[in-house]
Write a protein that binds this ligand. Structure first.
Ligand code: GLN
Length: 194
């Protein structure tokens, strides 16, 4: 499976490393043409406002929506989760608006700006090592969304069909199971096309 990592800003190399460790091929994506032959796309963490701006500038909003319409899996982590959401609290404009959920940015407050935890995730046997950095929370989901994990009662991992989102950074650890989970989603989508 060939997985692209949107390389406009943020933690790109770490995602490529994790995808490769999980048995896939990871490539950095800087231009929309590079989406063509991918089996899946990761939108990394960073700063969602910056990523959103650059996505508009380089034509990625339309291109990624078209990619999603083909049923190809997309995985957003942290800022990438914000970019996928239909609604962002306190902001007029959202970005890709692909996942039917509302998110709150920087939702953990100053004391908990950055922390690590072991997080049980539905579909993965043992808890996943999760790094939260100025992380967002999912505050509202439509019935089409499957909640895969919560932290202190708040939603931090969600799936809507071929779309996956996590509030945290799974790529900053040596735990590749969420990337393996995403690779499985890509394999399923590719098999469904045949
Ligand atoms: N706080 C960032 C935002 O709102 C996300 C942080 C991250 O990706 N680590 O976009």
């Amino acid at each position: 499976m060939k997985i692209g990592v949107l390389a406009l800003q943020g933690a790109v190399a770490e995602h490529i490393r994790s995808i490769e460790a999980a048995g896939g091929e990871g490539v950095a994506v800087k231009r929309t043409e590079e989406l063509q032959d991918l089996d899946g796309l990761i939108i990394p963490g960073g700063e969602s406002t910056t990523i959103g701006k650059l996505m508009r500038k380089y034509g990625f909003i339309e291109a990624i929506r078209a990619f999603s319409e083909q049923g190809k899996p997309i995985f957003g982590t942290c800022a990438g989760l914000i970019v996928l959401a239909e609604r962002i609290e306190g902001q007029e404009e959202a970005h890709l608006r692909l996942m039917d959920m509302t998110v709150a940015r920087n939702a953990f407050g100053r004391q908990r700006e950055s922390f690590e935890t072991d997080l049980p995730v539905k579909g993965i046997d043992e808890p996943v090592r999760a790094v939260f950095i100025r992380a967002p929370l999912i505050t509202e989901v439509s019935p089409s969304i499957d909640v895969l994990s919560t932290y202190n009662g708040e939603i931090v991992t969600a799936r809507q069909g071929h779309l996956l989102a996590s509030s945290y950074h799974p790529e900053l650890t040596d735990d590749y199971r969420l990337h393996a989970y995403f690779l499985d989603m890509a394999k399923e989508a590719a098999a469904a096309k045949e």
